[in-house]
Each structure stands twice: as structure tokens, then as C-alpha cells.
Design a protein around this ligand. Structure first.
Ligand code: SAH
Ligand code: SF4
Ligand code: F3S
Length: 464
């Protein structure tokens, strides 16, 4: 019987995409996936450390698995006992060195995601003293072994009809609150040829939405030696992908306002496959706070960027594509954030009228520069500030969605459940489609919007 693995993924799209590559490596080492954690020989936890709450969930899960192991152990037959006793927990993803030390003795293996190509060897070393259930097949997939960057591993895509496609990993920005430069290291861009290959493969397999990933896609630089495509920056890459033949939508996350160039605005608007959607984290609406965060832009610069982007889309695109959907990230309660400074963020939110905002309460991360500042905003006050922003968002998002009422829009169907279909517009709005008819996931259909809420739209299928 083949050994089974079960992957649990925390964190952002980058981790989700990494898990798709972990799956490839495990499959080529003779493991098969199981949706049931209990019957897995190998439980892989892909960790996120962006906030303490994310990490606490990992600690919770590990002790949960271990408790269950000891509880289930009583009164079970020998074979299941052995299975459970030998279940291995391995960790990867974004883990700070201090946490690695703490977690080391709680799990069987911690590996750096950059070392993914070596995972089979690492596993076989960990397993030398274990039962036959864990005897790992000799790693013979030379194609994977010889790759020097784990991103070159072909992923087992798991989100049809859309796919995450990392174009780079790591970050050089060192925002003072953020762990990413410490957990993922410095920026590394993937060769443009490799990205093109992956996109072509996705198009061939019928994928309809491609999401280019990077901690800061704006700093993408193709560094392929001996290549004609050596000097490809992000706007050029976007254009190359847009011009590949096929019927698909294209988008990217995440961009940094400090280096969002006019060339990128021009390219976004003119490339017809690029979705009228932009996630542009602002973090704060106060210049002093932004400075303390090491964000390298001002509120005025951010507002000017949004204005330019909105104007360009309104001018160049047609119909609903004229209204670009804009989302952001905001941190409330950064060390020393005064009530006045927070009020500036609330003001900015009212002004910009975001379609979506991921609002986070500041969480001190060991080793980052901001930990030198006192985390002096009490949790209660952070919660209060969070609620104020969430209310503003609810209003602006609802107002923005009103434009869709009684209009017909194109929707990419992403899943089916019961009598309904679920998908997204090209502007990244979630749509529930009431439909007694079966439509296949991955189709782009026309929907008449009958209901709206701040968080999405609902409507009926238009029959062709
Ligand atoms: N690369 C992206 C963001 C990656 S992290 C960017 O530059 O915007 C995702 C979001 O998590 C950040 O935008 C930020 O809003 C939030 N975040 C990061 N560190 C945090 C911390 N210590 N406390 C609270 N929120 C944090
Ligand atoms: Fe973190 Fe800043 Fe890099 Fe984003 S740009 S990953 S917030 S350091
Ligand atoms: Fe978390 Fe790492 Fe993403 S810290 S948010 S999984 S880059």
C-alpha cells in the first residue's frame, strides 16, 4: 500500500502555490494524497508567520494531532495503532529561526521550502529507524533532483479554473513590521522562459484565470543568463503573457506603491486580458506612520497613483472594465499610532472607496525592526480601530457594487454547489449564480445581477 500524505496550508497564495509543488515532490516519491488527515503517514504543515495568531494556529494543530494520537492509541487494533504511532509531522513555509528552534522537537522534520528538491532525501534520512509504513521509495526523479530552484518544479494545480503562478519569491523591502524578508529571504525572480512555458501549459489545460504571484511583483527582473529575454521587467512580462494566444484572464498580486510605474499602468490598461483589478496595499493613511513602517511613499503619492489608474481604465476599457476594482491591506495599531494618525487612515478609506480591504491588527514579530518600538496600543483599542475601518469598507464596497444591479456581466464559473454556481467577474467580484441548469466549471457565462451585498453579487444565468 502506498504511503499517504496530507498537506495543511496556512497563509497567503504563495504558500498555497508552494503546497502544489510539495504535492508534486511527494507524488514522485511514491506517496499518494489523502483528504483524511488521520489516515496520512505524512502530515505536512505549510506554515505562515505573518501574525502571531497565524503561528498560534500551527502550534494548536500540532498539539491537536499529538493529543489525538495518544487518545486514539487506546483500544485500537495493532495495524491502526502502528499507523497512528508512525504518523509523521513535517513543517515548512514561513518560519522564523526562533520558532524553528521551538518547533524542532515537536515535529519529525522542518525543511526550508527552497530545499524542496531535497525533500525525498531528507525524508528517507528521517525515516531510517521507522517501520515499513514509512519506508520511502528511493528518490529517482532526476528531473526534479537536478532543478536548482524549487519554483521550477511543475506544480499539481489544485484550483481549476484559475491557477497561481509564482514569478518570484522573497522580498527586499524590509517593511519594519514584516517577517517575509526573514522567512523567505531576498528576492529571486524566475526566468521568463519558464514562466511562459507554465502559462502555455495552463492555457492548453483550459485554465481561464492566471494569477501571477510575488511579494512585490513590481521588482520582477528576469535574470536568465545567455537569453534574449534577459531584460524583462514586470510590465514587459505582463505584456508577453497577455500576448500569448488563448482565452484567459490575467492578474497579479502583490504590488508595492513605491515602485508602481507609469509603464505598468499603461501596460495594465492596454493588455486586454489583464483584469480590471488591483490589490495595492496602503497599510496606513498617515505619512509619519508610513515612514516608521519603512514604506517609502506618502499618502499623496498613493492617492495620485489610484487616481491615475482609475482614470486610465475609465478612458481605455469598455463597459464594466472601466471601473477597476481596488483592494488594499491596512494595519491598525502600529506602535505609537495616535488617534489622529488612525483618523487619517479612516479618512483615506472614505476617500478612496475601496472594494475590499484586508485589515490587520498590528502583531509584533520577533526580529523585525518594529519590535524595537513599544507595542503600546492595547488590543481593545486595536479592535475598536479595526471595527471603524470595517464599517467604512462595508459602506464603500456596497456603494461600488450598486453599479452592477440589473446589469449583465461575464462570470467565470469556479465551482458548483447544490443548485448554485459560484464564480467571479473580470473585476474580481464574487458572484453567486442561481441556476437549475448544469454549467461546467471553467466556463465564462453571462449573468444578470439581481442582488448585491458589500462582499459580492448574485444573479441569474442569461440563456444564449
Ligand atoms: N507583500 C505584500 C504583503 C505581504 S504580507 C505587501 O507588500 O503588501 C500581507 C499583509 O499582512 C501586509 O500587507 C500587512 O498588511 C499584513 N501584515 C504584515 N505583517 C504584519 C504584522 N506584523 N502585523 C499585522 N499585519 C501584518
Ligand atoms: Fe513584507 Fe513589505 Fe515585503 Fe510586503 S513589501 S512582503 S509587507 S517587507
Ligand atoms: Fe504568511 Fe509567508 Fe505568505 S508569512 S502571508 S505565508 S509569505
Amino acid at each position: 500500500m502506498a504511503n499517504k500524505y496530507h498537506i495543511i496550508t496556512y497563509g497567503c497564495q504563495m504558500n498555497k502555490s508552494d503546497s502544489e509543488r510539495i504535492a508534486t515532490v511527494l507524488k514522485s516519491s511514491g506517496y499518494s494524497p489523502t483528504p483524511n488527515r488521520k489516515e496520512a503517514d505524512l502530515v505536512v504543515i505549510n506554515v505562515c508567520s505573518i501574525r502571531q495568531s497565524a503561528l498560534d494556529r500551527v502550534y494548536g494543530l500540532i498539539s491537536n494531532i499529538k493529543n489525538k494520537k495518544s487518545r486514539l492509541y487506546q483500544g485500537l487494533d495493532e495495524q491502526i495503532k502502528t499507523q497512528i504511532k508512525n504518523q509523521k509531522i513535517i513543517l515548512t513555509g514561513c518560519i522564523l529561526p526562533k520558532d524553528k528552534e521551538k518547533l524542532k522537537n515537536k515535529v519529525d522534520l522542518i525543511f526550508d521550502i527552497n530545499q524542496l528538491t531535497n525533500l525525498p532525501q531528507m525524508l528517507s534520512q528521517t525515516n531510517t529507524n521507522l517501520s515499513r509504513h514509512l519506508a520511502i521509495k528511493e528518490f529517482d526523479n532526476l528531473a526534479i533532483k537536478q532543478l536548482n530552484n524549487y519554483l521550477s518544479i511543475k506544480p499539481c494545480y489544485s484550483t481549476f479554473p484559475f491557477a497561481y503562478l509564482p514569478i518570484m519569491t522573497g522580498c527586499n523591502n524590509f517593511c519594519t513590521y514584516c517577517v517575509v524578508p526573514y522567512t523567505r529571504g531576498r528576492e529571486v525572480s524566475r526566468p521568463v522562459e519558464e514562466i511562459i512555458c507554465e502559462v502555455k501549459e495552463l492555457i492548453k489545460r483550459g485554465y481561464k484565470k492566471i494569477i501571477l504571484l510575488g511579494q512585490n511583483v513590481n521588482s520582477y527582473k528576469s535574470k536568465t543568463p545567455n537569453s534574449k529575454l534577459k531584460k524583462v521587467n514586470f510590465p514587459k512580462l505582463l505584456k508577453i503573457v497577455n500576448n500569448l494566444p488563448g482565452d484567459f484572464w490575467l492578474t497579479f498580486i502583490t504590488s508595492h506603491p513605491q515602485d508602481f510605474s507609469d509603464e505598468l499602468i499603461e501596460t495594465m490598461t492596454k493588455c486586454e486580458k489583464v483584469m480590471p483589478y488591483l490589490h495595492l496595499p496602503v497599510q496606513s493613511g498617515d505619512n509619519q506612520v508610513l515612514k516608521k513602517m519603512n514604506r517609502h511613499y506618502t499618502v499623496a503619492h498613493y492617492k495620485e497613483l489610484i487616481k491615475k489608474i482609475r482614470e486610465k481604465f475609465a478612458k481605455i476599457r469598455e463597459g464594466f472594465e472601466k471601473n477597476i476594482c481596488i483592494s488594499t491591506d491596512i494595519i491598525v495599531g502600529f506602535p505609537g499610532e495616535t488617534k489622529k494618525q488612525f483618523a487619517q487612515t479612516a479618512r483615506l478609506m472614505r476617500e478612496i472607496k475601496f472594494d475590499m480591504a484586508y485589515i490587520a491588527k498590528y502583531s509584533p514579530r520577533p526580529g523585525t525592526a518594529a519590535t524595537k518600538l513599544k507595542d503600546n496600543i492595547p488590543l481593545k483599542e486595536k479592535e475598536k480601530r479595526w471595527k471603524i475601518l470595517a464599517k467604512i469598507l462595508e459602506k464603500t464596497a456596497l456603494k461600488n457594487n450598486k453599479k452592477y444591479l440589473n446589469k449583465t456581466v461575464e462570470v467565470l464559473i469556479e465551482k458548483q454547489s447544490g443548485n448554485s454556481l459560484y464564480g467571479q467577474t473580470k473585476t474580481f467580484k464574487n458572484v453567486k449564480v442561481y441556476s437549475p441548469e448544469q454549467k461546467i466549471t471553467g466556463e465564462i457565462v453571462e449573468v444578470k445581477i439581481k442582488k448585491i451585498s458589500p462582499w459580492g453579487l448574485a444573479g441569474e444565468l442569461i440563456k444564449n
